[in-house]
Design a protein around this ligand. Structure first.
Ligand code: GLU
Length: 418
């Protein structure tokens, strides 16, 4: 884990690495590397004891060349301007990698939500929605869940926006509860694409994910669903962790029982269905076939990468590997499926939710999952084709080559005006 790597600088390095393989002018590269605009604001709210609290909140609209800005809202103490800029940029290239018609954005509040009551969180979320109101809209900028936010927060933002606008516009935000206009399959979508992308990677190597041992770092929504679906595909989940530490069992851990334990006690640590307790760094260097970082940025830096023993990494988190870690993993022949493909299931099913909201016509879970699988498999194939035809160092650069070209094409086709 490295705190001194700035995720925005990582994003810019990833773009430069890929742009070197493309015919893009320096002026346009500067556009591709920087956000169009950022809202940075105070949320001043009354706490339950009557005192006031002021929180810093952000929304970065990075690039809208391919469609409305799209991306989640994070509640975490580590949220700052540069993190939000990086996360919003990753959304641009994620949406382009999977070919859905969006630009990229991201928002966040610098907050530890566990310090606040549900009523306080509702007031904070509605205060943020008021600040976001001039920016968002189903054709403008469409927020969604991210770390420590979920259906509840999305429902509140939708309600605040619709009430103030005196309209119904469920497509203003995605990741809502089903009865508030959410989509079947949205909660599972990030984990589902992480596993589908890993399945394709093993197939690319001539192997079967069903034979794989798996370690998952982080047991929030993305991590735990990844573990559950990998287990359902026949893989053996030998280790999982959260911010309190990890657990290991060479015979396999039941992901659902581990989740139940976390729900009851607050952590996977202490789960009786595992033989050993290990640290997060131990988990990341386990000798497993598939490693899934599903927590935060910079989980694996160059030093830790030297000790990674997995054959395949599928990134459920955004930005879990530093650029220097990427270089080490190329040398070590570890196949990394980048975040902008592996975790793109979340935004892809957000896109399905938005389509359903606009049509007021809702799909079955089977249809959602089938359409998601088609998009992830096609995107993986596009990535492999770019990797092989441009002779690129790794899959991350291949994904950026595909994605940047799509953004550049949209920019060029729009022409010069005025
Ligand atoms: N926060 C998720 C991500 O990083 C989902 C974004 C969305 O659904 O718009 O991809």
């Amino acid at each position: 884990m490295s705190d001194d790597v700035n995720p925005f600088e990582s994003l810019q390095e990833q773009i430069d690495d890929a742009a070197a393989h493309l015919d893009v002018s320096d002026g346009l590269i500067t556009r591709l590397k920087n956000p169009e605009r950022i809202l940075e604001t105070n949320l001043t709210v009354e706490l339950d004891d009557g005192s006031l609290d002021t929180l810093r909140a952000y929304r970065s609209e990075f690039n809208g060349d391919r469609g409305p800005y799209k991306g989640g809202i994070r509640y975490h103490p580590g949220v700052d301007r540069d993190e939000v800029k990086a996360l919003s940029g990753w959304m641009v290239y994620k949406c382009a990698t999977v070919g859905i018609p969006y630009g990229g954005g991201k928002g966040g509040i610098s907050i530890d939500p566990s310090d606040y009551s549900e009523e306080e969180l509702e007031r904070i979320t509605r205060a943020f929605a008021v600040e976001l109101r001039p920016l968002i809209g189903e054709d403008k900028d469409i927020p969604a869940p991210d770390v420590n936010t979920g259906q509840r927060e999305m429902n509140w933002i939708k309600d605040t926006y619709e009430t103030l606008e005196n309209t119904t516009e469920p497509g203003v935000i995605t990741g809502k509860d089903i009865d508030s206009g959410g989509s079947e399959g949205r909660v599972e979508a990030t984990g589902r694409s992480t596993v589908l992308a890993a399945r394709e990677a093993f197939e690319y190597l001539g192997r079967d994910i069903a034979d794989a041992t798996v370690a998952v770092q982080g047991y929030g929504n993305a991590g735990w669903i990844t573990a559950k679906l990998a287990d359902e595909m026949g893989a053996t989940v030998v280790s999982v962790s959260d911010s309190s530490g990890g657990i290991y069992d060479e015979d396999g851990i039941d992901p659902v029982a581990a989740k139940d334990h976390k729900r009851e006690t607050g952590s996977v640590v202490g789960f009786h269905g595992a033989t050993e307790e290990i640290s997060n760094d131990d988990l990341l260097t386990l000798d497993v076939d598939l490693l899934v970082p599903a927590a935060l940025e910079n989980a694996i830096d160059a030093d830790l990468a030297e000790d990674v023993s997995a054959d395949v990494i599928s990134e459920a988190a955004n930005g879990p590997l530093t650029p220097d870690a990427d270089d080490v993993l190329v040398d070590e022949d570890v196949l990394v499926v980048p975040d902008i493909l592996a975790n793109a299931g979340g935004v892809t099913v957000s896109y399905f939710e938005w389509v359903q909201n606009r049509q007021r016509f809702y799909w079955s879970e089977e249809k959602v999952n089938d359409e998601l699988e088609t998009i992830i498999v096609d995107a993986f194939d596009d990535l492999v084709e770019a990797y092989e035809t441009h002779d690129l160092p790794n899959f991350r650069t291949a994904a950026y080559v595909v994605a940047i070209q799509r953004v550049v094409d949209a920019y060029d086709q729009a022409g010069t005006w005025p």
